[in-house]
Design a protein around this ligand. Sequence first.
Ligand code: GDP
Ligand code: IMO
Ligand code: MG
Length: 427
Amino acid sequence: MANNIVVVGTQWGDEGKGKITDYLGQDADVVVRFQGGNNAGHTIVFDNKKYALHLIPSGIFHDKKINIMGNGMVINPIAFKEELEALIKQGVNASNLFVSDRAHITLPYHIELDKLQEELKKDNNVGTTFKGIGPTYTDKYSRIGIRVCDFINDDIFLEKLKFVIAWHNNIFKAYNKELFDATKLFKEMKEYQEYLKPYVTDTTKLLDDLKNNNKKILFEGAQGALLDIEQGTYPFVTSSTPTAAGVATGSGFGPNNIEKVLGIVKAYSTRVGSGMFVSEIDGDIAHYIREKGHEYGVTTGRARRIGWFDAVVINHTRRVSGLTDLSIMLLDVLSGLDEIKICTKYLLDGNEIDYFPALINDLERCQPVYEVLPGWQEDITQCTDFNDLPINAKNYINRIQELTGVQVSIISVGPDRKQTITRNNMW
Ligand code: GDP
Ligand code: IMO
Ligand code: MG
């Protein structure tokens, strides 16, 4: 029995968090996003339809359930309007959507700053989504950001906008980029201000009331632990806290209230953007997995880099996110392979290590140590029970469980909501 579950990415994002949030959302009362912005791309498939969400929580398809966009998020008001309007057109009910008055606003100059920083970093660029995420969080921590509560208040918004634009124009000027005009941007934002306003509230108070009324609360992480600003492959990370720790700061839900943390794990690994990836592979098997798993970004369309399952990564995430359960995703994609590798340790300068090094130069020299398991040929996309799976698929899951010490409670065998095997009831 649980009253709340945190869903988090354990690798480099795109593990299938959207699918599982929607799946567990069937029995939840509330779904909360607590970090990130529209750099996220969460895919949900049901009734033969596919949806891609970026800012809006993945509980939105469940009529009458409350969806909250927490204070730890960064919200581009133009993207918010576009995404929500499209959802409403498709019949989604947005009357139970709430946006934190403390979340930060992403504006067009953040996107230009994102592009400029990537350009200046040259070969060391992060490979960001160009959604202005890093610069929005930078403004937040520099204490010059514009929050939702500021944005919807005309006088305060204009005053803050004038200050912050003058600040950033220094940079744009230095690099011969186009300058921003505060008054012009202020006017352009009017329609987005009005669109956002009805959804804004103090979500910390709302969440506390819901908790006190024993409502079932699901927290939906974006990105993944290895993209976490603290625990990821810094500096090749995003600028927020995608680990479970982000729930407390990003939604105002006290950390002592968290009951379960479900780590969403791809049955293999993928990464989009730059940065170290010890178990990365290319060649025929990578191609097979990329095409079968449709491993192309939901937000940017970029081809995702492919690798084997890495137990060093998942053990790192287990520690930093406090995982209580795992959900193994896209297991069906591995059907048809003769053998499957699992990275169990790294070899660093001739020594075997079982931890994830902080120093990028160390990580670059790490070689994967693999264990090889026999694959399976059967199509598993219609399996509804763990016992229906081929023996080698069961062995693969059990081996992941042994190597991580975390119980595998959910197994996903296809993108559809129904293609989900539950071993332990999460709620
Ligand atoms: P998220 O960012 O963590 O929500 O994940 P994405 O939506 O970016 O990427 C996951 C992709 O895998 C999407 O295209 C999903 O529809 C798809 N998917 C999720 N679970 C499964 C599964 O078990 N099998 C297959 N074949 N596809 C899946
Ligand atoms: P979901 O929620 C995969 C990656 C970018 C880049 C780095 C920094 O769908 O799992 P940013 O734009 O955040 O400053 O980019 O993080 N990245 C993601 N990769 N899935 C995501 O979200 C991602 N969000 C950001 O590719 O490497
Ligand atoms: Mg994604």
